[in-house]
Structures are given as C-alpha cells and as structure tokens.
Ligand binder design. Structure first.
Ligand code: SF4
Length: 202
C-alpha cells in the first residue's frame, strides 16, 4: 500500500508522483479493499507513510490478524506506531539523493529502539561508497544484528544501461564487502524495475 506525500525531495526519487498525487480514501474503505486480497501481509510504503501516522493507526486497528511491514525514510519518529510493525525497513539517504545533511539523529533512534525488527536499505550511487563506509563505522550493528540491503541506484537510464551499471557496481560491492566484515549484507538490484520496467504502481 503506497501512501501519498513525502517530507523529502530526493533528486533520485523514482516515485515522485507519490509526492502529491493520490486518492483520498477513508480507512474503512481501505480496510474493505484490503480484505478482498487473499494474503494477510501488508507492506506500507510511500512517499513517507509516517506523515499519515494517525490515520495509519486507525487502519492498523482494523487489521488485527495481519502481518505488517513498513518502509520509511527514517526522518520521523513515531515509536508507538513503529511498534505495530513486524518489519521496519529504514532507508536513510546518501549524498546522491541530494537532500543535504540527513537527520541521522532520528535514524539512530531506529537502530537503538527497533534493531530486532529493523532492516536498513541503502540506495547507492557510484559516488556514495565512502558515505556507506562511514555509516557502517558509525553503526556497528548494521549488517550484523540489523540486515543491510545495498540497492544500486537507478538513474532513470534504459534497462540495458541499468543492467550494465548494476554489473559494475557489484564488482565494487564485492571489493568492499570483504573489508566491512559484515555477514548480513545483500546486494539487491531494483527487481521491480527489471520485472515491470517503469510501470507505475509496482
Ligand atoms: S524519501 Fe523516498 S519517496 Fe521521499 S523523495 Fe526520497 S526517495 Fe522519494
């Protein structure tokens, strides 16, 4: 479920349509729509879903038997709501996102309070590797207690170019991952782009 609105403006954002577009839907209607699906696993993403924290609580109250996962940019701190999710994916931004100094103080709270249900996803551009090294130094639990996903940035190039860039980045990744000495690190291309291209809603 993708919620509209975001408090950041990453220059690399691939869902900029979610900043302003979207339909206003009541939580009751949303619940009814969700109940038509055969699964009971809901991933809440955005935009930045915690911007609609109050409404989200009302929706989650209506889904007591669901397994819930959240994707957030980790700039907002809503501990009561975060505690409702089985998995929280925090995605702090690196220099390529172009959002200026990132509020790592808030991200630190995620690592301190939710490490048992947290995973961290970093969208990495070619110029971001030093920032990744620094981040791993600053947060020793990343890639050990907290799973770490490295996702090669899609600069909006063609599919074949993206494939080439992913190939180049995997080499750099493999050189670096040995030095990091972290066991729970995955390199994951943006699979939805590979499967569905730039089709919206995926
Ligand atoms: S935080 Fe996510 S949704 Fe918001 S601008 Fe950045 S990439 Fe886009």
């Amino acid at each position: 479920m993708r919620l509209a609105g975001c408090n950041l403006r990453c220059v690399t954002c691939d869902t900029a349509y979610a900043w302003k577009e979207g339909d206003e839907v009541s939580v009751q209607v949303l619940q009814e729509q969700l109940e038509t699906f055969p699964c009971r696993y809901l991933v809440v993403t955005g935009g930045e879903p915690l911007l609609q924290a109050r409404e989200m609580v009302r929706l989650l109250d209506l889904l007591p038997s669901w397994t819930l996962a959240l994707e957030t940019n980790a700039t907002l701190w809503e501990p009561e709501i975060l505690g409702r999710f089985s998995v929280v994916t925090a995605s702090p931004k690196l220099p390529s996102a172009g959002v200026g100094p990132f509020p790592y103080g808030v991200f630190s709270r995620y690592v301190e309070a939710f490490s048992s249900r947290l995973q961290v996803k970093l969208v990495v551009g070619e110029g971001d590797w030093k920032a990744v090294d620094s981040l791993l130094k600053e947060y020793p639990s990343l890639g050990i207690e907290v799973p770490l996903v490295i996702q090669p940035l899609d600069r909006g190039v063609s599919f074949s170019q993206y494939q080439g860039e992913v190939g180049n980045m995997v080499e750099t990744f493999l050189q670096r991952v040995g030095k990091w000495e972290r066991v729970d690190v995955r390199f994951l291309p943006q699979l939805h782009k590979i499967l569905w291209g730039r089709e919206r809603g995926r």
